[in-house]
Design a binder for this molecule. Structure first.
Ligand SMILES: *Cc1c(COP(=O)(O)O)cnc(C)c1O
Length: 449
């Protein structure tokens, strides 16, 4: 029978994994990870270390003067690509009324929507991987030495040098934007393979930057496969592999230590009595995985990382819950992968991240598309912050924790510690969305409220 999934019928799957019943019917659901381990054990399983994150942070620091030259908009942060952290108490109050339970503790928003250069969390991993590749090539060619001023990489001679090399990537939009803009700024010949979900303005923007854009009528996996194929045929081509890249992952991971500094600025304490919850919108898994890894290396067991996915594309949830990881895609379970959360529309989870993070992610939840729009409208109204639908997914997280009695009991999260808790919804993208498109999202959310 060909409607078996990995050798089992659907009813057998549902019997062994009861949450699958809600998942496959595209209903909102929450699952706390039964394979969760201590941070120490979980980190050891990842295959990367704190030293790897140190290296990534150092690399970004070396490149900062160059980035400042290439993108004058980030002069005010001395070339460090970072985003604000803001408290959103009015949003917390509004959501508390909506969900029938006011939130004990604080609610903050981490505004990767405002990240310079490409306006999404992909400005962390994507740009980092392009920089690392440029550094590798220049060192290998004897054109750069450790200790050099990296601004020399922007000379016409170096631009010509990078111009011999191609960089290719497959994307739902934002990764392509980050890789394309950074690659083009250094002089690389960049190609972005875009899935059907990718917004037109992202393609237009890339073309205006001289990037080759290929469009597909199919989903993200096909776009990635095309990018991979293009690069394989060419010795001078480099493929940024969003389904497997530890380089992207480390670029994202640097966020953990930066967040620690921001929390300290506001005297937000994180320890056993003051838990930190971070809610990360998840597509293929790279950005939430990398950020969560970085956070665990800083805060250990005091941080709880929860991944958020649309009900129409719970791929990392499905992969981790069943242990099948990238062997399955959401379509295998009859889930359609059609969602307004374009940045999260990756039907098959990352092979690398699912396994690496299986003992460190506290839990997963799914959220309905309409709720994303409502949250987005709320945030606009209560905090004057505009984000894209994907980026709104984290905000219901605190209420899923409140409802998760068994989980809180297991983790010793009693009422006192919940009253002292800090919740951060990671807002992963949005500042570059054209005004009229943003207005459309918000009015849709308002009409649903
Ligand atoms: C890509 C993206 C995510 C998820 O990142 P993955 O690495 O695909 O899991 C979340 N939000 C936005 C806005 C994104 O563009």
């Amino acid at each position: 029978m060909n409607n078996e999934i990995q050798g089992k019928s659907m009813s057998e799957w549902v019997k062994d994994f009861p949450v699958l019943d809600d998942l496959r019917h595209e209903k909102e659901t929450t699952w706390f990870n039964s394979r969760l381990q201590s941070a120490q054990e979980g980190i050891a399983h990842v295959g990367l270390t704190i030293k790897d994150v140190d290296d990534a942070a150092d690399r970004l620091k070396r490149f900062a003067p160059l980035i400042m030259d290439l993108f004058p908009s980030i002069k005010t942060s001395e070339g460090i690509i970072e985003s604000p952290l803001v408290a959103v108490p009015d949003q917390s109050k509004a959501l508390g009324e909506r969900y029938g339970h006011s939130l004990p503790g604080q609610l903050w928003a981490k505004l990767d929507s405002e990240l310079p250069i490409s306006g999404s969390i992909k400005a962390r991993g994507g740009i980092y991987e392009v920089l690392k590749h440029a550094e590798d090539l220049a060192i290998e060619a004897g054109l750069l030495e450790p200790g050099d001023d990296y601004r020399k990489l922007a000379t016409p001679k170096m631009k010509k040098f990078f111009g011999q090399y191609k960089i290719a990537v497959g994307s739902t939009g934002n990764l392509g934007l980050s890789i394309g803009i950074m690659s083009a700024a250094l002089g690389f010949d960049a190609s972005v393979h875009m899935s059907a979900d990718a917004r037109q303005w992202k393609k237009d923007k890339l073309r205006a930057n001289g990037v080759h854009v290929f469009e597909y009528q199919s989903d993200y996996s096909v776009a990635v496969a095309s990018g991979r194929k293009e690069a394989e045929a060419d010795q001078k081509a480099y493929f940024v592999d969003d389904e497997n890249s530890s380089t992207l992952f480390l670029g994202y991971a640097v966020a953990g230590r930066r967040l620690a500094g921001q929390l300290q600025t506001y005297d937000v304490r994180v320890n056993a009595d003051n838990p930190l919850f971070v809610y990360l919108p998840c597509g293929v898994g790279g950005s939430p995985g990398g950020v969560a890894f970085g956070l665990k290396t800083v805060f250990g067991d005091d941080v709880h990382c929860i991944f958020a996915e649309p009900t129409h594309c719970p791929s990392m949830f499905l992969g981790t819950y069943t242990g099948l990881h990238d062997k399955i895609c959401v379509q295998d379970f009859g889930i359609d992968n059609v969602t307004a959360a374009d940045g999260l529309a990756c039907g098959r989870p990352s092979r690398f991240v699912g396994k690496a993070m299986e003992h460190l992610v506290d839990g997963f939840f799914t959220i309905d598309d309409d709720e994303l729009f409502r949250i987005e409208a709320n945030l606009h109204d209560k905090a004057g912050i505009d984000i894209e639908p994907s980026a709104a997914a984290g905000f219901v997280g605190p209420w899923r924790i409140l409802a998760g009695n068994e989980y809180r009991q297991k983790m010793n999260l009693d009422d006192v510690s919940m009253a002292h808790a800090t919740h951060i919804a990671w807002c992963t993208g949005g500042s570059m969305v054209p005004k009229d498109e943003m207005a459309g999202y918000i009015s849709k959310g308002e009409s649903l409220l």
